[in-house]
Design a protein around this ligand. Structure first.
Ligand SMILES: *Cc1c(COP(=O)(O)O)cnc(C)c1O
Length: 399
Protein backbone atom coordinates (compact mmCIF):
# COMPACT_ATOMS: atom_id res chain seq x y z
CA UNK A 1 0.00 0.00 0.00
CA UNK A 2 1.21 3.45 -0.93
CA UNK A 3 0.36 5.03 2.42
CA UNK A 4 3.02 3.06 4.31
CA UNK A 5 5.87 5.13 2.90
CA UNK A 6 4.45 8.52 3.87
CA UNK A 7 5.72 9.58 7.32
CA UNK A 8 3.41 12.60 7.80
CA UNK A 9 1.14 10.86 10.31
CA UNK A 10 3.81 8.90 12.19
CA UNK A 11 3.20 10.99 15.32
CA UNK A 12 -0.19 9.30 15.66
CA UNK A 13 1.58 5.99 16.10
CA UNK A 14 3.58 7.46 18.98
CA UNK A 15 0.41 8.88 20.55
CA UNK A 16 -1.31 5.50 20.38
CA UNK A 17 1.74 3.77 21.89
CA UNK A 18 1.62 6.31 24.70
CA UNK A 19 -2.05 5.46 25.39
CA UNK A 20 -1.15 1.77 25.48
CA UNK A 21 1.70 2.40 27.94
CA UNK A 22 -0.77 4.24 30.21
CA UNK A 23 -3.37 1.45 29.96
CA UNK A 24 -5.78 3.92 28.38
CA UNK A 25 -5.96 2.25 25.00
CA UNK A 26 -9.31 0.60 24.28
CA UNK A 27 -10.88 -1.18 21.37
CA UNK A 28 -14.47 -0.69 20.30
CA UNK A 29 -16.89 -3.23 21.72
CA UNK A 30 -19.15 -4.46 18.92
CA UNK A 31 -22.79 -5.39 19.39
CA UNK A 32 -23.98 -8.33 17.39
CA UNK A 33 -27.70 -7.69 17.08
CA UNK A 34 -29.97 -5.34 18.98
CA UNK A 35 -29.26 -2.78 21.72
CA UNK A 36 -30.96 -4.63 24.61
CA UNK A 37 -30.56 -5.18 28.38
CA UNK A 38 -29.00 -8.58 27.72
CA UNK A 39 -27.20 -8.71 24.41
CA UNK A 40 -24.35 -10.12 22.34
CA UNK A 41 -21.20 -8.01 22.47
CA UNK A 42 -17.92 -9.15 20.92
CA UNK A 43 -19.47 -12.59 20.46
CA UNK A 44 -20.39 -12.96 24.12
CA UNK A 45 -23.71 -12.67 25.95
CA UNK A 46 -23.56 -9.91 28.56
CA UNK A 47 -25.85 -8.00 30.89
CA UNK A 48 -25.73 -4.57 29.32
CA UNK A 49 -25.19 -1.74 31.82
CA UNK A 50 -23.53 0.44 29.20
CA UNK A 51 -26.28 2.01 27.12
CA UNK A 52 -28.29 5.23 27.45
CA UNK A 53 -31.35 3.35 26.28
CA UNK A 54 -33.15 4.20 29.54
CA UNK A 55 -36.64 3.13 28.50
CA UNK A 56 -35.77 0.36 26.05
CA UNK A 57 -37.19 2.34 23.13
CA UNK A 58 -34.38 1.39 20.67
CA UNK A 59 -36.24 -1.85 19.96
CA UNK A 60 -39.83 -0.96 20.85
CA UNK A 61 -42.30 -2.43 18.31
CA UNK A 62 -44.14 0.91 17.88
CA UNK A 63 -40.89 2.66 17.07
CA UNK A 64 -39.87 0.03 14.53
CA UNK A 65 -43.27 0.23 12.85
CA UNK A 66 -43.09 4.03 12.69
CA UNK A 67 -39.65 3.91 11.08
CA UNK A 68 -40.62 1.28 8.50
CA UNK A 69 -43.85 3.08 7.67
CA UNK A 70 -41.92 6.35 7.13
CA UNK A 71 -39.44 4.63 4.79
CA UNK A 72 -42.37 3.32 2.73
CA UNK A 73 -44.08 6.70 2.64
CA UNK A 74 -41.16 9.12 2.31
CA UNK A 75 -38.04 7.15 1.34
CA UNK A 76 -34.74 7.03 3.18
CA UNK A 77 -33.29 10.55 3.02
CA UNK A 78 -34.34 14.17 3.28
CA UNK A 79 -32.06 15.27 0.43
CA UNK A 80 -31.02 18.69 1.69
CA UNK A 81 -30.27 20.86 4.70
CA UNK A 82 -33.28 22.17 6.59
CA UNK A 83 -32.91 25.74 5.34
CA UNK A 84 -32.96 24.77 1.64
CA UNK A 85 -35.19 21.82 0.69
CA UNK A 86 -34.66 19.41 3.59
CA UNK A 87 -37.64 20.43 5.74
CA UNK A 88 -40.40 17.88 5.40
CA UNK A 89 -43.81 18.22 7.03
CA UNK A 90 -42.86 15.57 9.61
CA UNK A 91 -39.83 17.62 10.69
CA UNK A 92 -42.16 20.49 11.55
CA UNK A 93 -44.66 18.17 13.27
CA UNK A 94 -41.97 16.64 15.47
CA UNK A 95 -40.81 20.09 16.55
CA UNK A 96 -44.36 21.10 17.47
CA UNK A 97 -44.80 17.84 19.39
CA UNK A 98 -41.61 18.36 21.41
CA UNK A 99 -42.50 22.00 22.18
CA UNK A 100 -45.88 20.88 23.55
CA UNK A 101 -44.24 18.11 25.58
CA UNK A 102 -41.74 20.56 27.06
CA UNK A 103 -44.33 23.28 27.65
CA UNK A 104 -42.43 25.85 25.55
CA UNK A 105 -43.45 28.04 22.62
CA UNK A 106 -41.22 26.47 20.07
CA UNK A 107 -38.57 23.84 19.25
CA UNK A 108 -35.86 23.13 16.69
CA UNK A 109 -34.42 19.67 16.07
CA UNK A 110 -30.75 19.12 15.25
CA UNK A 111 -28.92 16.05 13.91
CA UNK A 112 -27.59 15.24 17.39
CA UNK A 113 -27.49 16.58 20.92
CA UNK A 114 -23.88 17.48 20.26
CA UNK A 115 -24.89 19.59 17.26
CA UNK A 116 -27.71 21.18 19.26
CA UNK A 117 -25.37 22.38 22.02
CA UNK A 118 -22.45 23.38 19.86
CA UNK A 119 -24.68 25.03 17.25
CA UNK A 120 -26.81 26.92 19.76
CA UNK A 121 -24.20 28.39 22.10
CA UNK A 122 -22.07 29.52 19.16
CA UNK A 123 -25.07 31.13 17.44
CA UNK A 124 -26.50 32.92 20.45
CA UNK A 125 -23.25 34.40 21.78
CA UNK A 126 -20.31 36.24 20.26
CA UNK A 127 -16.82 37.32 21.22
CA UNK A 128 -17.94 40.28 23.34
CA UNK A 129 -20.06 37.99 25.54
CA UNK A 130 -19.51 35.97 28.73
CA UNK A 131 -20.31 32.35 29.51
CA UNK A 132 -20.54 31.07 33.09
CA UNK A 133 -20.28 27.29 32.97
CA UNK A 134 -20.30 24.40 35.49
CA UNK A 135 -16.91 22.67 35.46
CA UNK A 136 -18.50 19.29 34.64
CA UNK A 137 -20.61 20.46 31.71
CA UNK A 138 -20.68 18.19 28.66
CA UNK A 139 -18.02 18.44 25.95
CA UNK A 140 -20.56 19.66 23.40
CA UNK A 141 -21.39 22.69 25.58
CA UNK A 142 -17.69 23.39 26.01
CA UNK A 143 -17.12 23.17 22.25
CA UNK A 144 -20.07 25.51 21.67
CA UNK A 145 -18.57 27.98 24.14
CA UNK A 146 -15.21 27.84 22.36
CA UNK A 147 -16.80 28.24 18.93
CA UNK A 148 -18.67 31.33 20.13
CA UNK A 149 -15.32 33.00 21.01
CA UNK A 150 -17.00 34.39 24.14
CA UNK A 151 -15.06 34.66 27.41
CA UNK A 152 -15.58 31.49 29.44
CA UNK A 153 -15.62 31.44 33.24
CA UNK A 154 -15.98 28.10 34.97
CA UNK A 155 -17.52 27.65 38.42
CA UNK A 156 -16.97 24.70 40.76
CA UNK A 157 -19.31 21.83 40.15
CA UNK A 158 -22.81 22.61 41.47
CA UNK A 159 -21.35 25.24 43.79
CA UNK A 160 -23.80 28.17 43.91
CA UNK A 161 -21.41 30.25 46.05
CA UNK A 162 -18.62 29.86 43.54
CA UNK A 163 -21.05 30.63 40.73
CA UNK A 164 -22.08 33.83 42.51
CA UNK A 165 -18.41 34.72 43.04
CA UNK A 166 -17.93 34.61 39.24
CA UNK A 167 -21.11 36.62 38.70
CA UNK A 168 -20.01 39.28 41.20
CA UNK A 169 -16.58 39.56 39.63
CA UNK A 170 -18.19 40.13 36.23
CA UNK A 171 -21.09 42.30 37.40
CA UNK A 172 -20.16 45.17 35.10
CA UNK A 173 -19.70 43.02 32.02
CA UNK A 174 -20.80 44.92 28.92
CA UNK A 175 -21.88 42.05 26.68
CA UNK A 176 -24.51 39.37 27.17
CA UNK A 177 -24.10 36.71 29.86
CA UNK A 178 -25.08 33.04 29.63
CA UNK A 179 -25.35 30.75 32.64
CA UNK A 180 -25.21 27.15 31.38
CA UNK A 181 -25.44 23.76 33.07
CA UNK A 182 -26.15 20.11 32.42
CA UNK A 183 -29.51 19.13 33.97
CA UNK A 184 -28.14 15.72 34.93
CA UNK A 185 -24.35 15.37 34.81
CA UNK A 186 -23.39 12.58 32.47
CA UNK A 187 -20.49 11.06 34.38
CA UNK A 188 -21.66 11.44 38.02
CA UNK A 189 -25.43 11.26 37.60
CA UNK A 190 -26.13 14.16 39.96
CA UNK A 191 -28.77 16.81 39.28
CA UNK A 192 -28.12 20.54 38.85
CA UNK A 193 -29.73 22.92 41.35
CA UNK A 194 -31.88 24.71 38.79
CA UNK A 195 -33.93 26.85 41.20
CA UNK A 196 -30.66 28.13 42.75
CA UNK A 197 -29.04 28.80 39.38
CA UNK A 198 -32.19 30.48 38.01
CA UNK A 199 -32.31 32.79 41.03
CA UNK A 200 -28.68 33.78 40.44
CA UNK A 201 -29.34 34.28 36.73
CA UNK A 202 -32.28 36.54 37.55
CA UNK A 203 -30.23 38.53 40.07
CA UNK A 204 -27.29 39.02 37.66
CA UNK A 205 -29.29 39.26 34.46
CA UNK A 206 -28.05 36.16 32.61
CA UNK A 207 -29.55 34.08 29.83
CA UNK A 208 -30.18 30.55 31.22
CA UNK A 209 -29.47 27.29 29.40
CA UNK A 210 -29.94 23.69 30.59
CA UNK A 211 -28.83 20.54 28.78
CA UNK A 212 -31.30 17.80 29.64
CA UNK A 213 -29.69 15.00 27.61
CA UNK A 214 -29.75 12.55 30.51
CA UNK A 215 -32.96 13.76 32.10
CA UNK A 216 -35.44 13.75 29.23
CA UNK A 217 -37.35 10.49 29.61
CA UNK A 218 -35.94 10.10 33.11
CA UNK A 219 -36.95 13.02 35.38
CA UNK A 220 -40.15 15.06 35.61
CA UNK A 221 -43.70 14.10 34.69
CA UNK A 222 -43.51 11.40 31.96
CA UNK A 223 -39.84 12.25 31.60
CA UNK A 224 -40.25 15.96 30.82
CA UNK A 225 -36.81 16.71 32.24
CA UNK A 226 -35.18 18.67 35.05
CA UNK A 227 -37.04 21.93 34.41
CA UNK A 228 -40.31 20.11 35.05
CA UNK A 229 -38.81 18.02 37.86
CA UNK A 230 -37.69 21.16 39.73
CA UNK A 231 -40.67 23.25 38.68
CA UNK A 232 -38.62 25.88 36.85
CA UNK A 233 -41.00 26.43 33.94
CA UNK A 234 -40.52 29.89 32.44
CA UNK A 235 -37.16 30.43 34.13
CA UNK A 236 -34.90 28.60 31.63
CA UNK A 237 -34.47 30.41 28.31
CA UNK A 238 -32.81 27.58 26.38
CA UNK A 239 -33.68 23.93 27.04
CA UNK A 240 -31.59 21.40 25.17
CA UNK A 241 -32.38 17.71 24.95
CA UNK A 242 -31.31 14.67 23.01
CA UNK A 243 -33.29 12.18 20.96
CA UNK A 244 -30.43 9.69 21.19
CA UNK A 245 -30.76 8.49 24.80
CA UNK A 246 -34.12 7.75 26.46
CA UNK A 247 -35.91 8.61 23.20
CA UNK A 248 -33.97 5.75 21.64
CA UNK A 249 -33.22 7.16 18.19
CA UNK A 250 -30.88 9.99 17.18
CA UNK A 251 -30.88 13.77 17.34
CA UNK A 252 -30.99 16.77 19.62
CA UNK A 253 -33.37 19.65 20.14
CA UNK A 254 -33.61 23.12 21.57
CA UNK A 255 -36.83 24.40 23.16
CA UNK A 256 -37.57 28.01 23.99
CA UNK A 257 -39.31 31.13 22.73
CA UNK A 258 -40.47 31.40 19.13
CA UNK A 259 -37.86 34.08 18.45
CA UNK A 260 -35.03 31.98 19.86
CA UNK A 261 -35.99 29.12 17.54
CA UNK A 262 -36.52 31.44 14.57
CA UNK A 263 -33.06 32.90 15.19
CA UNK A 264 -31.51 29.41 15.34
CA UNK A 265 -33.20 28.56 12.02
CA UNK A 266 -31.21 31.46 10.57
CA UNK A 267 -27.94 31.25 12.47
CA UNK A 268 -27.21 27.78 13.94
CA UNK A 269 -24.52 26.36 11.70
CA UNK A 270 -25.39 22.62 11.97
CA UNK A 271 -28.97 23.55 11.03
CA UNK A 272 -27.88 25.53 7.98
CA UNK A 273 -24.91 23.48 6.79
CA UNK A 274 -25.74 19.84 7.58
CA UNK A 275 -28.50 17.68 6.12
CA UNK A 276 -31.63 17.05 8.18
CA UNK A 277 -32.77 13.73 9.65
CA UNK A 278 -34.08 11.03 7.36
CA UNK A 279 -37.85 10.46 7.63
CA UNK A 280 -37.47 7.18 9.55
CA UNK A 281 -35.59 8.94 12.35
CA UNK A 282 -38.20 11.69 12.57
CA UNK A 283 -41.12 9.26 12.58
CA UNK A 284 -39.63 7.05 15.27
CA UNK A 285 -38.95 10.12 17.44
CA UNK A 286 -42.61 11.10 17.00
CA UNK A 287 -43.63 7.61 18.10
CA UNK A 288 -41.31 7.90 21.11
CA UNK A 289 -42.91 11.14 22.35
CA UNK A 290 -46.37 9.65 21.83
CA UNK A 291 -45.33 6.68 23.94
CA UNK A 292 -43.66 8.82 26.56
CA UNK A 293 -46.71 11.04 26.98
CA UNK A 294 -49.02 8.05 27.48
CA UNK A 295 -49.66 5.65 30.34
CA UNK A 296 -46.99 3.35 28.86
CA UNK A 297 -44.45 6.15 29.19
CA UNK A 298 -45.35 6.84 32.81
CA UNK A 299 -45.04 3.11 33.54
CA UNK A 300 -41.65 2.86 31.85
CA UNK A 301 -40.30 5.83 33.80
CA UNK A 302 -41.61 4.30 37.02
CA UNK A 303 -39.95 0.97 36.22
CA UNK A 304 -36.69 2.76 35.41
CA UNK A 305 -36.67 4.34 38.86
CA UNK A 306 -37.66 1.14 40.67
CA UNK A 307 -34.75 -0.68 38.97
CA UNK A 308 -32.39 2.21 39.69
CA UNK A 309 -33.24 2.28 43.39
CA UNK A 310 -32.91 -1.48 43.72
CA UNK A 311 -29.53 -1.62 41.95
CA UNK A 312 -28.01 1.30 43.84
CA UNK A 313 -29.19 0.13 47.23
CA UNK A 314 -27.63 -3.31 46.64
CA UNK A 315 -24.40 -1.83 45.28
CA UNK A 316 -23.97 0.34 48.37
CA UNK A 317 -24.71 -2.63 50.61
CA UNK A 318 -21.88 -4.50 48.89
CA UNK A 319 -19.56 -1.63 49.74
CA UNK A 320 -19.21 0.01 46.32
CA UNK A 321 -18.93 3.79 46.17
CA UNK A 322 -21.41 5.40 43.79
CA UNK A 323 -20.50 9.01 44.44
CA UNK A 324 -23.11 11.76 44.35
CA UNK A 325 -25.38 10.04 41.80
CA UNK A 326 -29.13 10.76 42.09
CA UNK A 327 -30.24 9.19 38.80
CA UNK A 328 -29.91 5.91 36.84
CA UNK A 329 -26.34 6.91 35.90
CA UNK A 330 -24.39 4.94 38.49
CA UNK A 331 -20.66 5.54 38.75
CA UNK A 332 -18.77 2.76 40.54
CA UNK A 333 -15.72 4.64 41.73
CA UNK A 334 -12.30 2.99 41.46
CA UNK A 335 -9.74 5.82 41.32
CA UNK A 336 -6.78 4.64 39.34
CA UNK A 337 -7.40 4.29 35.58
CA UNK A 338 -5.46 1.05 35.09
CA UNK A 339 -7.48 -0.62 37.85
CA UNK A 340 -10.80 0.65 36.53
CA UNK A 341 -10.00 -0.74 33.09
CA UNK A 342 -8.96 -4.08 34.62
CA UNK A 343 -12.24 -4.17 36.57
CA UNK A 344 -14.19 -3.46 33.38
CA UNK A 345 -12.36 -6.19 31.45
CA UNK A 346 -12.80 -8.84 34.14
CA UNK A 347 -16.49 -8.02 34.54
CA UNK A 348 -16.96 -8.31 30.82
CA UNK A 349 -15.30 -11.73 30.80
CA UNK A 350 -17.77 -12.76 33.51
CA UNK A 351 -20.78 -11.42 31.60
CA UNK A 352 -21.34 -7.83 32.77
CA UNK A 353 -20.84 -4.92 30.39
CA UNK A 354 -20.13 -1.75 32.42
CA UNK A 355 -17.41 0.25 30.73
CA UNK A 356 -14.51 1.86 32.53
CA UNK A 357 -14.13 5.60 32.06
CA UNK A 358 -10.88 7.45 32.61
CA UNK A 359 -9.12 10.65 31.67
CA UNK A 360 -9.98 12.84 29.72
CA UNK A 361 -13.69 11.99 30.10
CA UNK A 362 -13.32 12.28 33.89
CA UNK A 363 -10.53 13.91 35.91
CA UNK A 364 -7.31 11.96 36.54
CA UNK A 365 -7.56 9.80 39.68
CA UNK A 366 -11.36 9.64 39.33
CA UNK A 367 -11.59 6.64 37.03
CA UNK A 368 -14.68 4.57 37.41
CA UNK A 369 -17.09 2.15 35.87
CA UNK A 370 -20.26 3.74 34.68
CA UNK A 371 -23.32 1.56 34.96
CA UNK A 372 -26.71 2.61 33.63
CA UNK A 373 -29.81 0.76 34.67
CA UNK A 374 -32.78 0.75 32.29
CA UNK A 375 -36.53 0.15 32.59
CA UNK A 376 -36.20 -3.07 30.58
CA UNK A 377 -33.69 -4.85 32.81
CA UNK A 378 -35.36 -7.75 34.58
CA UNK A 379 -34.82 -8.01 38.31
CA UNK A 380 -33.00 -11.32 37.69
CA UNK A 381 -30.56 -9.56 35.27
CA UNK A 382 -29.71 -6.99 37.93
CA UNK A 383 -29.33 -9.61 40.64
CA UNK A 384 -26.95 -11.61 38.47
CA UNK A 385 -24.98 -8.46 37.59
CA UNK A 386 -24.69 -7.66 41.31
CA UNK A 387 -23.38 -11.17 42.07
CA UNK A 388 -20.71 -10.82 39.42
CA UNK A 389 -19.82 -7.29 40.55
CA UNK A 390 -19.37 -8.56 44.08
CA UNK A 391 -17.20 -11.52 43.04
CA UNK A 392 -14.91 -9.51 40.74
CA UNK A 393 -14.87 -6.50 43.07
CA UNK A 394 -13.62 -8.69 45.91
CA UNK A 395 -11.04 -10.39 43.71
CA UNK A 396 -9.58 -6.99 42.74
CA UNK A 397 -9.89 -5.66 46.29
CA UNK A 398 -12.24 -2.87 45.25
CA UNK A 399 -14.67 -3.90 47.99
C1 LIG B 1 -24.91 12.54 25.30
C2 LIG B 1 -24.93 13.96 25.64
C3 LIG B 1 -24.99 14.92 24.63
C4 LIG B 1 -24.91 14.55 23.18
O1 LIG B 1 -26.10 13.97 22.71
P1 LIG B 1 -26.07 13.16 21.33
O2 LIG B 1 -27.48 13.19 20.90
O3 LIG B 1 -25.56 11.79 21.67
O4 LIG B 1 -25.17 13.89 20.40
C5 LIG B 1 -25.10 16.24 25.01
N1 LIG B 1 -25.10 16.61 26.31
C6 LIG B 1 -25.02 15.70 27.30
C7 LIG B 1 -25.04 16.17 28.73
C8 LIG B 1 -24.92 14.35 27.00
O5 LIG B 1 -24.81 13.47 27.98
Amino acid sequence: MASAARPQLDYLHAALEDLKAKHLYTHLRVLDGEQKPVCMVDGQEVINLASNNYLGLTTHPKMRRAAIEAVRKYGVGSGAVRSIAGTMKIHMELEEQIARFKNTESCVVFQSGFAANAGTVSAVLGKEDLIISDELNHASIIDGCRLSKATIKVFKHKDLNDCERVLKETENWNGKKLLVTDGVFSMDGDIADLPGLCTLAERYNCITMVDDAHSSGVLGRNGRGTVDHQNCHGRVDIQVGTLSKAIGVLGGYVCGSRELIDYLYHRARPFIFSTSHPPSVVASCQAAFELLDSETGAKLVKKLWANTKFFKRKLKKLGFKTGPSETPITPILVGEAAKAFEFGRELFAEGVFAPAIGYPTVAEGKARLRAIVTATHKRADLERALEILERVGKKLAIV
